[in-house]
Structure formats: C-alpha cells, structure tokens
Design a protein around this ligand. Structure first.
Ligand code: ASP
Length: 353
C-alpha cells in the first residue's frame, strides 16, 4: 500500500462515525441495486410535478428491471438490465437522449465490471449501438480486450449480436436545442474582447451544470455476494469529436471489487479520470474498513477531495458486499434510487431528499 493510501485511509478513519462498523443489514434492508441518472439535474426551479414523475417512473422501471434480473441472474445481469432501461429513456444523457458533440454527432461511452475476478469491458465513441452497456459486456465476455473504440467497437459488438440502430435514433429535440444554446454562448464569449462593454460573457456567468453532465449507472449485489458496476453516457455536451470521458475508463467512472464495493460515477470526466475516482473509493474502503471506514465515508471523502475550482464536481453511487449503499454528490442533485432484496424502492433527486 502506498504512503498516500495509508494516509488517506487514516484520514477517513478519523472522520468515520462511531456506527461505522455496523453489522450486515437485516436481509430485508439489504440494498441489492442502486442506480443513478447523472449529477447534472434540471435546476429545481425548472422542475415541475409532471416532469419529476417522468424521471421517477424511469428510475423505478430501471430498478425493477435490475431487481427482476437479479432474481435468477448475476450482479452483471442486474446492472445491464437497469442501465438498458435508462439508455432507452430520452430523459437521461445515455443512449436515446444523449448530448451532442460540437459537430452535432452522438458519441457514446460505456463500461461494466464484475467484482469477483475483476473482469471488465468497455466501449468508447460508438455511434450506432442501441445499448452501449451490452456492447461493453460483450467486450468483457467475448473478447480478450477491455476497451474497444469507434468503428472497431461497433463492428465487434454487432458481430457479437448486440443490436444496431441508425445514429439518428439517439437524437432528441431538447438535446439539439441545448447544443445550439451552448454554441451560441461560445460565440458570445468569442466576441468579448471586441466588445468590452457588451453583455457579460457566458463563461463568466454561473452555468447550471444540467446541460453538461448526465450519464447513467448502476451497481448491484447478487445472491452469491458478487458485486458489479456499470456506467453509460453521451459524455459532455459540446465535447470535441473523439473525446472520451471517465465513463468507459475502468478505475475512473466504474470499478468493482468484492472485498470493498462497486462504484459508478457521474460528473466532470476529465477530473474523474485524473483522480481515478471509482478506484480511489474502492481503495479507501478496502484499506480503511478495518478501522471503521464505511462505503459512505469512502465515497464522501473522495468526492470532497475533487477540485471545485477546476470544475471538479459530480457524484457517485457505491454498494458494498453487505448491501450498504452510498449516494454522494456535490451538485444540486443526482437522479438516484435504491431497491432492497425485498423490493423496497427509494428514489430521490435533489440534495437533502
Ligand atoms: N462523466 C461523464 C463524462 O465526462 C459525464 C457525466 O457524468 O455526465 O463523459
């Protein structure tokens, strides 16, 4: 263990609560699946009751699909089933409903990992795979590789039986408008030096992050005590062609290890890659749990360590092998939900819910 790991584990030990070493939760309270729909929520002021219900309905559908898959399947089945529902929903930034690149294209990233043998698979920059999470799983199970990108990833996934769609299937009018607004803001920023008296450039205004973050993810625990994690995204609005974020990077956006926890992240991808967020949470728990560090402590500590001055904001969901869940974020909210082995569902969006 590196010195940094030791000192980080010690630090977390100090902040761990007295209840940290809690025993395994009673069977009925054990969380078996957690999902997120991104830490870039619609600002509260723009959320109405009807829209909120749509988000909650899709999160519930994802939890139920994952729970059903877990009945006779593995944690990988639970993660894949839940994420497919969120990818098919136009509300979240993954699959249908993904954000556009600067060039007006959709480029999707996804990854999946299981915590027993630490096998993992991922795809990046795919444009015509209906459910990128299934392509990531195909890479894990049917190839000798971990990450395939672009055309090669698409060809491999389609040959492996993953359904193909036309790229236009992913387009939504709302995301297109978001891109146009963003390009417009960029243009106004460029005009700034020529017009010092003009309106304040958008780059200097407070920017709600809903247009930039999204992403969906799931973490699951199966009846054999095996964990899995998965993440799928359209990336960040207005990203450059070929840009790859943290979501398909094992250790950054996704990680799972049975001896600690499974993690899926959402937020500023470049920062999540640099800080190896998902793996850092697993490490913090692995090295700190003997000293009372819980999965929540580990997730909270790592998110708190991101540099906000560099736009380092976002959130994570995590689940340990005892069925204890953490949902941490430093944005206004994160679409999120849990389901227990008994099928009890909890869904929340904003901070404090
Ligand atoms: N982390 C994703 C990325 O940077 C974006 C997100 O979570 O919304 O690609």
């Amino acid at each position: 263990m590196s010195l940094t790991c030791i000192s980080f584990a010690c630090l977390l030990t100090l902040v761990a609560t007295m209840t940290a070493a809690a025993d395994e939760p009673p069977a009925g309270e054990k969380v078996v699946l957690v999902v997120h729909g991104g830490a870039g929520v619609r600002p509260k002021a723009q959320m109405n009751r009807q829209l909120r219900k749509q988000y909650e309905d899709d999160l519930r559908k994802a939890l139920l699909a994952g729970h059903a898959a877990l009945q006779n399947g593995t944690s990988l089945d639970g993660v894949e089933a839940a994420i497919k529902v969120l990818e098919d929903s136009p509300l979240f930034n993954a699959g249908k409903g993904a954000v556009f690149t600067h060039d007006g294209q959709i480029e999707l990233d996804a990854s999946i990992m299981e915590g027993k043998e630490k096998r993992a698979g991922a795809v990046a920059s795919v444009t015509r795979i209906k459910n990128p999470i299934s392509a990531a799983r195909a890479v894990m199970e049917k190839s000798e590789h971990v990450l395939l990108v672009g055309e090669g990833a698409e060809r491999f996934a389609i040959n492996a039986g993953v359904p193909e769609v036309s790229p236009v299937e992913f387009w939504t009018a709302e995301r297109w408008k978001e891109l146009l607004d963003e390009l417009d803001r960029e243009k106004r920023d460029e005009l700034k030096p020529k017009n010092p008296q003009g309106p304040k450039p958008a780059a200097l205004e407070h920017r709600p992050d809903r247009n930039r973050f999204g992403t969906v993810g799931a973490v699951a625990l199966d009846k054999n005590g095996n964990l899995a994690a998965g993440t799928s995204t359209g990336g960040m609005l207005n990203k450059k062609h070929g840009r790859v974020g943290d979501s398909p990077i094992i250790g950054a956006g996704t990680y799972a290890e049975n001896s600690a926890c499974a993690v899926s992240g959402t937020g500023h991808g470049e920062i999540f890659i640099r800080f190896a967020v998902a793996h850092d949470i697993v490490s913090a728990l692995k090295h700190g749990k003997a000293h009372g560090v819980t999965v929540s402590d580990a997730a909270k500590g790592v998110i708190a360590g991101l540099p906000p001055e560099e736009g380092g904001v976002g959130g994570v969901i995590a689940l340990d092998a005892q069925g204890r869940a953490a949902m941490e974020f430093d944005t206004e909210g994160m679409y999120r939900g849990t389901i227990t082995s008994d099928g009890v569902i909890k869904i929340a969006i904003y901070k404090g819910e």
